[in-house]
Design a protein around this ligand. Structure first.
Ligand SMILES: C[S@@+](CC[C@H](N)C(=O)[O-])C[C@H]1O[C@@H](n2cnc3c(N)ncnc32)[C@H](O)[C@@H]1O
Length: 295
């Protein structure tokens, strides 16, 4: 019997927990290699490795304090702490995912990982620890389902919620990496913006970010060519009132929107990855008043 078998079994139990967001991320390579096993996800459908490749040189992570809101099974935090010298604080509402991250961090004696088992809703976001960077990847479109269930009752209510949430987040960090899904709660029968309309979705995010005091500094979209899928920079210098110009990638100058739809990439790969900077310094006092819960 392998000397890792009981640890592997424990990690597998925590990983395959049959909750809504289990089997979402893979394990970081260094974990897989050291323990001699892996958790596979279909990277054609949803990729963490290609996102990590893009995130790696998005900013200088060294010595940064990063809050990873909705850290899931810790793929990004563990990788960033291990390979990029930052300290990561994982906020995750799923207790088993929290235990999984802690177990891995303990095994590798990673002092730079801290796990906070907490759902970060509109009331909590302004009281998180202050940090340099927030990762807010694929969490916000789940509002009303996974968290703050009484505050958002329809896709049309997501926009105002996000503006308020992001404004409050700006009191904690000055850099944000944002990714959002098109469908409210991940349900394609309740789109926030139609999946076929990348441009409208990009404009939606530009608007909510701007109203919350954030500026998009860099952004990437998934692109597939013979080498496979990778995230490529959008041309933000071409961004005017109309985002179409910025949504062209590479020499091909084809609209990302058309690419993703024509080439059958999943909804996940149509979600832009956005690096945002706080537009102006902020204090907790200037965040918008909390919206009252709906009856
Ligand atoms: C769709 S997954 C995204 C995971 C990861 N951020 C990524 O993009 O690979 C959402 C994760 O966030 C967690 N979650 C959802 N809402 C949350 C909240 N308000 N605060 C903390 N964690 C949350 C879920 O348990 C799940 O692990």
């Amino acid at each position: 019997m392998s000397r890792f078998s009981s640890l592997q079994e424990e990690l597998a139990n925590l990983y395959y927990d049959r909750s809504k967001h289990s089997v979402y991320q893979t394990l970081p390579k260094f974990v897989e290699e050291a323990l001699g096993f892996n958790f596979s996800i279909d990277q054609q459908w949803r990729g963490d490795e290609v996102r990590m490749a893009y995130l790696s040189d998005l900013i200088d992570w060294s010595d940064k304090r990063v809050v990873d809101i909705g850290a899931n099974t810790g793929y990004f935090s563990l990788n960033l702490a291990r390979h990029h010298g930052c300290r990561a604080i994982c906020y995750e509402s799923n207790a088993r995912h929290c235990r999984l991250i802690e177990r891995i961090a303990d095994y590798f004696a990673m002092q730079d990982i801290c796990v906070v088992e907490r759902s970060v809703g509109i009331r909590e976001v302004g009281s998180m620890v202050e940090a340099d960077v927030a990762l807010l990847l694929n969490v916000l479109h789940h509002v009303g389902h996974d968290f703050d269930q009484t505050r958002v009752n329809s896709p049309s209510e997501v926009e105002n919620y996000c503006i308020e949430y992001l404004a409050r987040l700006r009191t904690r960090v000055s850099t944000l990496v944002l990714q959002m899904g098109y469908n409210w709660g991940g349900n394609k029968t309740t789109p926030i913006i139609a999946v076929s309309d990348t441009r409208k979705f990009f404009d939606y995010q530009r608007r909510i970010l701007s109203l919350a005091g954030w500026r998009i500094a860099r952004g990437g979209m998934a692109f597939r060519d013979a080498a496979g899928i990778s995230y490529r920079d959008l041309d933000l210098s071409a961004l005017t009132g109309d985002s179409a110009a910025a949504l062209r990638i590479g020499a091909e100058s084809r609209l990302v929107q058309n690419l993703s739809v024509q080439e059958g990439m999943s909804e996940f790969y149509r979600r832009p990855l956005l690096l945002c900077r706080a537009e102006y310094a902020s204090s907790r006092a200037d965040s918008p008043a909390a919206s009252s819960p709906k009856s």
